[in-house]
Ligand binder design. Structure first.
Ligand code: HEC
Length: 134
């Protein structure tokens, strides 16, 4: 079967269109609600995740160790001292517009700080916090 050129154009346009932080949050929330019926993201839980000292790693006990106390400000890597751009989309519109990028860094950073993967619920909460529920 041949795909019509018009359909092809629509498909290609859709694939390059960036996702929004709300899209990503909804995606994680949908995953979370499969394990936990009626789950809704909570900025307050996200703030706790952001600030909590997990005590797993001495060099990076919390998300704030690298991302700073205020996510609308830039941070600094606690080991390499390299500057990190703000995590809050209000201050850095590139944030949470790419699910693959978010997955990669949640994967790495959660393992470092929590000693395990973050759950889909935690990821949704985290984005709820960063998108303004402060
Ligand atoms: C050891 C330093 C460090 C710690 C601690 C850290 N991060 Fe990060 N994080 C980074 C770096 C480096 C990047 C990638 C550089 C960039 O995107 O500016 C990043 C990027 C991210 C991103 C990508 C966001 C996007 O869409 O651009 C997410 C999500 C993230 N971190 C979540 C977390 C969470 C959740 C925690 C706490 C559990 C955490 N980070 C703790 C260093 C850290």
């Amino acid at each position: 079967m041949r795909t019509s050129p018009i359909l092809l154009t629509i498909l290609m346009t859709a694939s390059v269109q960036a996702a929004t932080p709300t899209d990503l949050m909804k995606g994680y929330a949908a995953e979370a609600s499969r394990q936990q019926a009626g789950f809704t993201p909570a900025a307050k839980r996200g703030a706790d995740l952001y600030q909590r000292n997990f005590g797993i790693s001495a060099k990076m006990p919390s998300c704030t160790s690298c991302h700073g106390d205020d996510p609308t400000q830039g941070g600094r890597h606690s080991v390499t001292t390299k500057a990190i751009k703000p995590l809050a989309p209000a201050a850095n519109p590139e944030r949470f517009t790419d699910r693959a990028k978010a997955d990669k860094w949640f994967g790495r950073n959660c393992k470092e700080v929590l000693g395990r993967d973050c759950t889909a619920a935690e990821k949704a909460d985290f984005i709820a916090f960063l998108t303004g529920g402060r």
